[in-house]
Design a protein around this ligand. Structure first.
Ligand SMILES: [Zn+2]
Ligand SMILES: [Zn+2]
Length: 349
């Protein structure tokens, strides 16, 4: 509970509900994940590739969500092979981040992986090699082959006929395509936020709800045409909740140099300099991120004064601020036994 000391206005600000599906908390979650991701990147151009699968395979992942791990394994295997093949003794290792999306723009079940790959890798001798050319022929074929093999391992011999059909219908592999390369590291944060951290549907895409029927829109992937769809509300909810991941399932995974801690890798220059990180993290805090998103200070009262924190409530009960303060001071004292004299003026009586 915040209040204005000047005119007595009160303002209640709720805690997070922590649902990734909530339009507010989910966005906050995405912002935090995006920041964490950008801190891992090295300072080089990254390529954004999308790995898609045969339509007939989608149902397998829908019925057994644990198979989604095979998608990650196949992408990881494919990219590491692409780099290792360049030089067998150096075994260049790139850094890459994979994000699983289970939804298409139309909200239908459509699992695919977005992958952000460094255009280069570090060799066994510690040397960095720039890699400008990615063979998409290799990526498509290797991704198809490794995914089908991983799936067969998991599903068993009943998968053999589907596998054969996939080979017949996708002679050149599964569709893997590249989005435009990122030129400047400063664009990285914006970019991965937009493409990789986004929720299933932004509230701005929901146009109407009358209590029974929901209308939403999207730009069709094939031709970018604007499509409006109107569905009963229960169908709409079903479309959304099918994309809630299993508990503890990791939708974002780091690989290559982004997954390991090697002394030789520490020479690489990070895309986001260390001295800018605390500033970027502070922008994600509630007050500033409301300001950055909506252009106003949520603690500014209509009279122009700044509101101050008056009370804290949890589970509908008042949490005594004095107790919290006392605990914080005690904690500080035990961790800094010799340096708390300057806190004396703040001590409560
Ligand atoms: Zn006021
Ligand atoms: Zn929420």
């Amino acid at each position: 509970m915040f209040g204005c000391e000047h005119c007595g206005n009160l303002k209640f600000v709720p805690f997070r509900c922590k649902s990734r599906f909530c339009p507010s908390c989910g966005t906050k979650y995405a912002i935090d994940r995006t920041t964490a991701m950008s801190f891992k990147l090295v300072n080089c151009i990254h390529r954004h590739c999308v790995f898609t699968i045969d339509e007939n395979l989608r149902i397998f992942f829908y019925e057994d969500r644990s198979l989604l791990n095979c998608l990650f394994s196949a992408v990881r295997y494919t990219i590491l092979r692409l780099f290792h093949n360049m030089n067998n003794s150096q075994q260049f290792t790139p850094g890459f981040i994979c994000v699983l999306h289970t939804f298409g723009r139309d909200l239908k079940w459509n699992p695919h992986i977005h992958c952000l790959i460094s255009e280069g890798g570090i060799g066994n001798s510690g040397l960095w090699r720039h890699v400008k050319h990615f063979s998409y022929i290799f990526l498509r074929n290797a991704f198809r082959t490794s995914l089908l093999n991983f799936l067969e391992d998991k599903i068993g011999t009943s998968f053999k006929s589907i596998k054969a059909k996939c080979y017949r219908e996708h002679k050149h592999g599964f569709y893997v395509y590249a989005k435009p390369a990122l030129s400047q590291p400063k664009d990285v944060l914006k970019y991965i936020g937009r493409y990789l951290g986004r929720p299933v549907i932004a509230t701005s895409r929901i146009d109407n709800y009358d209590g029974d029927i929901v209308t939403f829109h999207y730009n069709r992937h094939e031709d970018n045409a604007l499509i409006y769809e109107t569905v009963p509300v229960l169908d709409f909810m079903e479309m959304l909740i099918q994309h809630i991941p299993e508990k503890h399932f990791k939708m974002i995974r780091y690989y290559g140099i982004y997954a390991r801690h090697r002394a030789s890798d520490s020479k690489l220059i990070p895309a986001v300099p260390l001295n800018k990180r605390s500033f970027l993290l502070s922008c994600n805090k509630w007050r500033l991120s409301i300001g950055l998103s909506f252009g106003y200070d949520p603690l500014k009262c209509s009279c122009g004064n700044m509101m101050v924190l008056l009370e804290l409530f949890h589970d509908h009960k008042r949490v005594p601020l004095e107790d919290l303060f006392r605990k914080a001071i005690e904690k500080y004292r035990t961790s800094h036994p010799n340096s708390c004299s300057h806190l004396a003026p703040f001590m409560l009586h």
